[in-house]
Design a protein around this ligand. Structure first.
Ligand SMILES: Nc1ncnc2c1ncn2[C@@H]1O[C@H](COP(=O)(O)OP(=O)(O)O)[C@@H](O)[C@H]1O
Ligand SMILES: [Mg+2]
Length: 338
């Protein structure tokens, strides 16, 4: 690719016994939105903190905007912005005061910091609340203030660490709109997320990270194509029949049926034209007098991609455990040969 604006090579980081990053390689094109997608504990925040000069790597190297994150850290800080899940907002200051403070950190003069602060508050729909202490803000408003703060310095590269985790759906859509606007203005954005739909919606390219390693990289379509084929999804009328149904469907597709215990959904990867699998599945269940609620054939989702890559679902929202123990938590593998 043309000169990447973010480049990491063999990035490693250890915290005591935990190998948080085991050699992470990333290339990000200028002006793109790059999604770093992975479950809790995958190493997303560690990667972002290294790129944002807040944490030194133990090995490997990283460059942002042509500057080395360790050697050129002081210069780099003025070219980047960081916003995240844990808003770095001073509760006792007003919205505007918070942004002025950030502006001063970027060496803007007092008047310029104030002007710039007011401008970004306006942009984030916080102008009305500018003079209220941040502690009176709702969760969504705080997150917007945090985002606003990350933009005071007009960064070329913006790091957004799980920018929508914990937000209500409405605020989430707002954040997505801001990301698109910023990209339209030419800002490069690296965003981390555990949400497949968010990566799908926003990111030009996605790196899937798990246990400190990038396990796949590409556009959303490329990643889906890696799974190949289609997915057959069924629901039985009586949830008690789910396991028996999955067993009856074993061997039908290109992989074992999986069950989502939350929804009772049975999913089976099938060939591109899944028509035969579709009719077979209906016949097999009919033979066992298991009543179907619905059945559908669709393209793989990123969830299917993650499942195919790691053997488990992405959004399990739990702290990491050894792979063998968490493997079967969310989607029980069903119907394997006895
Ligand atoms: N300061 C720290 N001290 C000890 N362990 C840490 C620290 N920061 C992160 N870790 C561990 O490193 C791994 C990666 O964490 P993190 O980068 O925060 O993942 P993510 O942001 O993808 O959830 C996890 O196992 C986490 O518990
Ligand atoms: Mg994190």
């Amino acid at each position: 690719m043309a000169d990447p604006i973010i480049r990491t090579e063999g990035l490693r980081k250890r915290f005591g016994d935990v190998e948080a990053l085991k050699g992470v390689d990333l290339l990000v094109r200028p002006g793109s939105v790059f999604g770093l997608l992975g479950p809790n504990g995958a190493g997303k925040t560690t990667t972002v903190r290294i790129l944002a000069t807040l944490l030194a790597p133990d090995g490997g190297r990283a460059e942002v905007a042509g500057l080395d994150v360790v050697r050129d850290a002081d210069a780099l800080r003025f070219r980047i912005g960081l916003a995240g899940q844990y808003a770095a907002v001073d509760e006792n200051l007003t919205g505007l005061e918070n942004l002025e403070l950030v502006g001063r950190l970027y060496h803007l003069g007092r008047r310029e910091a104030r002007r710039r602060g007011a401008e970004v508050l306006e942009r984030f729909g916080l102008a009305e609340a500018a003079d209220r202490p941040a502690k009176t803000y709702s969760g969504g408003m705080r997150r917007r203030l945090d985002l606003a703060a990350s933009l005071v310095g007009r960064p070329e590269v913006l790091f957004l660490d799980e920018p929508t985790t914990g937000l209500d759906p409405r605020s989430r859509i707002d954040v997505w709109a801001f990301v698109r606007e910023l990209q339209a203005d030419g800002t490069t954005i690296l965003l981390t997320t555990q949400y497949l739909d968010e990566a799908d919606q926003l990111a030009d390219r996605i790196a899937v990270i798990d246990l400190g390693t990038v396990i796949a990289e590409g556009t959303s379509d490329e990643l889906k194509a890696r799974v190949g084929g289609a997915v057959l999804e069924l629901h039985v009328q009586d949830r008690a029949d789910t396991a028996a149904a999955a067993e009856a469907l074993a061997g039908l597709g290109r992989g074992d049926p999986t069950i989502d215990p939350e929804t009772g959904s049975i999913r089976i990867p099938v060939a591109e034209d899944g028509a035969t699998a579709l009719t077979d599945s209906i016949r097999r269940l009919d033979e066992r007098s298991i009543a179907l609620a619905d059945v559908a054939l669709h393209r793989p989702t990123l969830d299917d991609v993650f499942l195919a890559l790691t053997g488990r679902a992405a959004e399990d929202g739990t702290e990491p455990e050894p792979p063998t123990r968490r493997r079967r938590r969310r989607r029980e593998s069903a119907g394997a040969a006895p």
